[in-house]
Design a protein around this ligand. Structure first.
Ligand code: CP
Length: 302
């Protein structure tokens, strides 16, 4: 494995290896093992053309825990504002010795293009509405840690599927790992190609919840839609928001997930977001171990 561009590229064995490696690295960073020397002398560039809190920070912490040198590059304040292209930016960073490039970009396919231009490994940290593979991997890791398995679990992914890179990466990964996925959304927030995805589709959240082990709530991505298409908060939360009453309709051990950032009161109530059955903070913590695992497996070879 040289790049991580899509969860659809991972075999079951490769995905399980990443999750198992993350489990082994989970102790790194605590008092007894602050750092590992694995990536000493390697340089990781965080190349972010879109805003991020969790992904960029956790990739930086992960790389530093493996002793890599980290360069954080933000399009804002760089020569991108003077018109420099992605290709020229990438070649410039490569000339400075980047061994791995973590890229977030607003264009679907940007990570694939980058992989064709640079010699080092490319890690897709979210490309447009296409994929966000490390988010799906940390979600799978969180489910496996909480519920002990992925095989045979029933997972509902709820909300703005149309604009979600997290949904596609999760559908591809979870089905590879043996889970059954149902997408739940209003028809206006589903892509026309959804019938080709390896999952079921429902418009009725209340019908799906009683037979669901894991529900993943998604944010409605206002920044990717025209203002006139943005649903009213009240209407949306009535049909597709997760609140205490809906949580009560799920099996007792079922969990609620969210990749963040959350919009409390729209797709998730504060009561559910702060409930012990909601894994959102665990997901963030697991993101560091998971991204360490990916950097270790991609860049750790001689
Ligand atoms: N989940 C996620 O990608 O969050 P950020 O946009 O903060 O990185």
């Amino acid at each position: 494995m040289r790049h991580l561009l899509s969860t659809g590229d991972l075999t079951r064995d490769e995905a399980v290896l990443i999750l198992d490696t993350a489990a082994e690295l989970a102790q790194v960073g605590d008092r007894s093992v602050k750092k590992l020397p694995t990536l000493r002398g390697r340089t990781v560039v965080n190349l972010f053309y879109e805003d991020s809190t969790r992904t960029r920070t956790s990739f930086e912490i992960a790389a530093k825990r493996l002793s890599a040198d980290v360069v954080n590059f933000s399009a804002k304040g760089s020569s991108v504002s003077k018109g420099e292209s992605l290709k020229d930016t990438a070649l410039t960073l490569q000339a400075m010795g980047a061994d791995g490039v973590v890229i977030r970009h607003g264009a679907s396919g940007a990570a694939h293009r980058l992989a064709g231009w640079v010699d080092g490994s490319v890690l897709n940290a979210g490309d447009g509405t296409h994929e966000h593979p490390t988010q799906a991997l940390l979600d799978a890791y969180t489910v496996r840690t909480r519920l002990g398995r992925l095989e045979g679990l029933r997972v509902a992914i709820v909300g703005d599927i149309l604009h979600s890179r997290v949904a596609r990466s999760n559908v591809l990964l979870l089905t590879t790992l043996g889970a059954h996925v149902t997408l739940v959304a209003p028809p206006t927030l589903l892509p026309v190609s959804v019938h080709t995805w390896p999952c079921e589709v429902s418009y009725d959240l209340d019908a799906v919840l009683p037979k669901t082990d894991v529900v993943m709530m998604l944010r409605v991505q206002a920044e990717r839609m025209h203002a006139s298409f943005f649903p009213s908060v009240r209407e949306y939360s009535r049909g597709y928001g997760m609140d205490g009453a809906r949580l009560d309709r799920m099996p007792r051990d079922a969990i609620v997930m969210h990749p963040g950032p959350m919009v409390r009161g729209m797709e998730i109530s504060a009561e559910v977001a702060d409930s012990p059955r909601c894994t959102v903070v665990e997901q963030v913590a697991n993101g560091v171990s998971l991204r360490m695992a990916v950097l270790y497996l991609l860049l750790g070879g001689s």
